[in-house]
Design a binder for this molecule. Structure first.
Ligand code: BJ8
Length: 423
């Protein structure tokens, strides 16, 4: 094990608190991931990434910064990685999956703020997130009310916060806003990096991200099989790791894993037995180390076969169209791609409902578990008509609401068990 103490000190982390966090994270990982049976060998790569998530990967970011490359942190899949890569920058997802420094957070945010937002603040106030501390720019976005208002407070806590304005509808006017904001972000990236983006650079950025998304599509495709060749927990982990890892290395490692999964499918091998109840999870994103609900679901004897989530298919299913050449065409293709994301902040948002139904059929899922974080108005509100509509089509649905605490685990387990027995 390398010693990263100096690097963490230089980043201004609270070493004691950070050590505690790593210990809890390591224990949680052992319990949740390493205890699974029939894991594919290719998961060893993702285990390694996770074991070095605050170590080697941060060292890579620091080395890149020393070469003059910029690190950009984000909280949302609307932030276009393609443009960051076009200036040789690195985009990382920021830590939002666990409670930290809760007392401090409660002093600056209302109590009825969702756990994801509180977590982002907790990692900052507790000085335990090396991604946040190494970022040259942190990008917020005007999505839900909780996020957009809390960024006003976050601006006073971090050296450089940039907020993307995002539309709330899918009208033509809304697309114009998206287009203008993509351009503004494009120029911001040029400004902080000193790199001028030409068509070749943007095309390269698009290619890298498209390859990554295609590898994730390949993984999803394999999960249609019964037995499912990989657990939902491992698939979620892969979806989480893609926000931190180098995109080229991630894509190669995932494709290698998919080769192994293809062999498994051909041999009829799976992570769970054939005939295991299949469920889909839909709702709020699950950031590292938020593994609570999937862990409960898969420990009750069901397998998760798909995630309708930003850390899942919502975030990766759309590709930037191929064949564009000029800078303008490439930017338009990018706007088209991002404008399709069916986040619940949009009103109305029928595409998401269609997508959940389509996914249920495609993955042959026998039920949908809708996951909302407490106080998340967009997803909670959308979950009610979504449940009605799914039930009308005889798709069994369970609506759950939770946070990042461990207190409701038994209560959730009881409800999930009853649901799995019923499907
Ligand atoms: S594109 S889902 S990543 S905004 S859970 S903070 S919605 S109150 S995370 Fe999201 Fe982008 Fe949309 Fe995806 Fe608000 Fe809800 Fe909290 Fe949320």
């Amino acid at each position: 094990q390398n010693d990263y103490t100096q690097m963490w000190t230089d980043l201004g982390l609270d070493l004691q608190a950070h050590d505690q966090l790593l210990e809890v994270l390591g224990q949680g990982y052992e319990q949740v991931f390493m205890s699974q049976a029939n894991r594919p060998e290719g998961m060893a790569y993702f285990d390694f990434v996770m074991s070095e998530v605050h170590g080697l990967r941060i060292k890579e970011l620091m080395d890149a910064k020393a070469e003059g490359r910029k690190v950009v942190g984000s909280f949302c899949v609307f932030v276009p990685e393609e443009i960051v890569l076009a200036v040789d920058g690195i985009l990382v997802g920021l830590c939002t999956g666990a409670d930290f420094a809760t007392e401090e957070v409660d002093k600056i945010l209302p109590r009825n703020t969702c756990a994801l937002i509180k977590s982002a603040f907790g990692f900052k106030l507790g000085k335990v997130c090396p991604y946040l501390e190494s970022a040259d720019l942190i990008v917020g976005e005007n999505t839900c009310d909780g996020k957009k208002k809390s960024y006003e407070t976050l601006a006073g806590l971090v050296p450089a916060l940039y907020v993307m304005d995002l539309p709330q509808t899918k009208s033509l006017r809304a697309r114009e806003l998206m287009q203008a904001e993509m351009k503004r972000f494009f120029h911001k990236m040029e400004e902080i990096s000193g790199v001028t983006i030409d068509a070749a650079r943007l095309k390269k950025g698009i290619q890298l991200v498209t390859e990554k998304r295609k590898a994730l599509h390949r993984l999803n495709e394999l999960r249609k099989n019964d037995p499912a060749p990989i657990s939902g927990l491992d698939a979620l982990l892969i979806n989480q790791v893609q926000f931190y890892d180098d995109p080229v290395r991630f894509t190669a490692s995932l494709n290698k894993l998919c080769d192994e999964l293809e062999t498994r499918v051909a041999e009829g091998k799976g992570a769970f037995a054939k005939g295991t109840p299949r469920v889909m999870v839909s709702g709020c994103p699950m950031a590292v180390p938020n593994w609570k609900l999937p862990m409960i679901i898969e420990s009750t004897g069901a397998v998760i076969v798909g995630e309708e989530s930003c850390v899942g298919e919502r975030g990766t299913r759309n590709l930037v169209s191929d064949g564009e050449e000029s800078l303008d065409e490439l930017m338009e293709a990018l706007v088209d791609r991002y404008f399709k994301i069916d986040c619940a902040i949009f009103t109305p948002n029928p595409e998401r409902l269609d997508h959940v139904k389509e996914m249920t059929g495609r993955y042959n899922a026998q039920g949908v578990i809708h996951y909302s974080l407490q106080f998340c108005q967009p997803y909670q509100t959308e979950s009610i008509p979504l449940e009605k509509s799914l039930e009308n089509e005889k798709i069994k649905t369970l609506r759950l609401e939770t946070d990042y605490s461990q207190e409701d685990i038994e209560q959730l387990r009881t409800r999930v068990e009853a649901f799995v027995e019923m499907i």
